[in-house]
Design a protein around this ligand. Structure first.
Ligand code: HEM
Length: 470
């Protein structure tokens, strides 16, 4: 018997005959699983002007292509490179900051107000931030690539200012959020990590300019944990609970499950941050890092289980390449944790395998975050474009009509082969394999750029048609 039927039967039960005149009690509302995308109803009033998020996505796509060019520029020094300034570091930051953070700024500042039902704060500031970020990012990348600490300082100043403005906007969105406690928990984790990341970045830049605030190893470990797992990792986990139900037309995971996975991820991050204050191989450092890896594995397992349930129950079962990239991202996040575990265990018995550190970074940044990001971006961009095109129009273009599938297919294979070749280049320390990885990555990046350019052209055409017929 359904809840409804049960309460109806209860109301007419003979044990309560003395109150026949009382109006029948309303049956308690049946709990309804929130469907992804329901928050979009009435969202068009909370859309930023299309040029604002698209400007951030466009910059991310260009910086992604530049990252592969910067990596190729480092092929000559590759066999002697052991961290620090140089083209590989510039390539890493063109990906982490230029691609991941730029997309995260555009996506989070558009999606959070829509999902948490509040107006967009200071849309002009979001546009202005872009004008500081793009030159700042270029100066920073050249400062890193050419090992020019003064340029590093100038670029970092601009980019850190943008990161702090983004953190403030995120904080305003989260403070005014209505509902979505799981997303809000992840969001506060991102905002807090962003502040600490900015501090660690400033301290690293100061170090390269001759002012030591903390030991380099401590700062680098803090910076890696806060940037990769704190800012980008928590944001990717939190936004998944908005995006995947929305695209799969599936139920939003229960708040309790989202909060459980988010709390575990925050605990893992806290342990990794604490561990940064103990050197590699020390008893406390190893224990804390092992704890961080174990709790992160639990957080990932809970997250993946909850999101797979959403996908399985969704009305749209097949998310195509976006779904495959998401699943590959999860698998490579697990691989990153396995590599971290292997590194810790080997260090504990006195062995150091130098390749494990860079492989861990490639699995986490390129494998997990970048795969997830491109999976979501190839859905978000046509979706947002179609929403904008629908304003005041009877027959707007559908997201699939705006999508150039063949370009996305080239990107998919380019991305995966670049990651595999990059792993090979790390293990063999061969500049030739690094060039091959850069070429495969660049082909994928240009293909994604083509997808974006064609989408903008189709959108403009659709707008043009509508204007012509108006
Ligand atoms: C204004 C922003 C940033 C600046 C100025 C900056 C600067 C730096 C510098 C100078 C290093 C070299 C550390 C060394 O070996 O001495 C570094 C390393 C690194 N950064 Fe950043 N960074 C920024 C943002 C980010 C972000 C957002 C991420 C990730 C999402 C990130 C991830 C990394 C990683 C993974 C390393 C390698 C750490 C290691 O060698 O263990 N950075 N960063």
């Amino acid at each position: 018997m359904s809840d409804h039927a049960q309460s109806a039967a209860g109301n007419s039960a003979p044990q309560e005959p003395r109150e026949p005149a009382a109006p029948p009690r309303k049956p308690p509302p049946k709990p309804i699983a929130r469907l992804g995308g329901t928050f979009l109803s009435g969202a068009s009033g909370r859309l930023l002007p299309a040029s604002v998020p698209f400007r951030w996505f466009g910059a991310a796509i260009v910086f992604h292509a530049l990252a592969w060019v910067a990596l190729a520029a480092g092929a000559g020094q590759w066999s002697q490179w052991h961290g620090g300034l140089g083209w590989p570091l510039a390539a890493l930051h063109l990906v982490t900051l230029g691609t991941l953070v730029a997309t995260a700024i555009g996506a989070s500042l558009q999606l959070l107000p829509v999902a948490t039902r509040q107006p967009v704060h200071w849309p002009h500031l979001i546009g202005l931030m872009w004008w500081l970020f793009v030159p700042g990012m270029l100066i920073l990348a050249f400062g890193m690539g050419l090992a020019h600490p003064r340029w590093l300082e100038a670029g970092a100043g601009l980019v850190i200012a943008v990161l702090l403005a983004w953190g403030t906007l995120l904080g305003l969105n989260l403070r005014g959020a209505r509902g979505m406690p799981g997303v809000v928990l992840h969001g506060w984790g991102t905002a807090g990590s962003l502040l600490l990341l900015a501090l660690s970045a400033a301290a690293l830049v100061a170090l390269w300019n001759g002012h030591a605030v903390l030991a380099r190893d401590t700062l680098a470990a803090l910076h890696l944990a806060l940037g990769v797992f704190g800012v980008m990792g928590l944001l990717a986990l939190g936004l998944s609970t908005i995006l995947l139900p929305m695209f799969a037309l599936g139920p939003v995971p229960a708040d309790r499950l989202q909060q459980r996975a988010g709390a575990a991820a925050l605990l893992a991050l806290g342990l990794a941050v604490l561990a940064a204050f103990w050197p590699d191989g020390s008893a406390w450092g190893t224990a804390l890092r092992l704890g961080a890896v174990a709790v992160a594995a639990l957080a990932l397992a809970w997250h993946v289980r909850m999101m797979r349930a959403t996908l399985a129950a969704g009305m749209r079962k097949e998310l195509g390449r976006a779904g495959r990239l998401t699943r590959i991202g999860w698998a490579l996040a697990a691989l990153a944790l396995a590599l971290a575990l292997a590194k810790l265990l080997l260090e504990a018995v006195g062995h150091e395998v130098e390749a494990l550190g860079p492989l861990f970074v490639v699995a986490a940044v390129g494998g997990w975050l970048l795969s997830f990001l491109f999976g979501m971006l190839q859905r978000i961009v046509p979706f947002l474009a179609a929403m904008h095109a629908a304003r005041g129009r009877k027959r707007p273009p559908t997201p699939s009509a705006l999508t150039l599938e063949s370009a996305l297919a080239v990107h998919f294979y380019g991305h995966l082969s670049a990651l595999a070749l990059l792993a090979l280049a790390i293990v063999t320390r061969s500049g030739v394999w690094l060039l091959a990885a850069s070429l495969a990555g660049l082909i994928g990046a240009l293909a994604f750029g083509l997808f974006f350019a064609v989408l903008l052209r189709r959108l403009r055409r659709a707008g043009g048609d509508a204007v012509a017929t108006a």
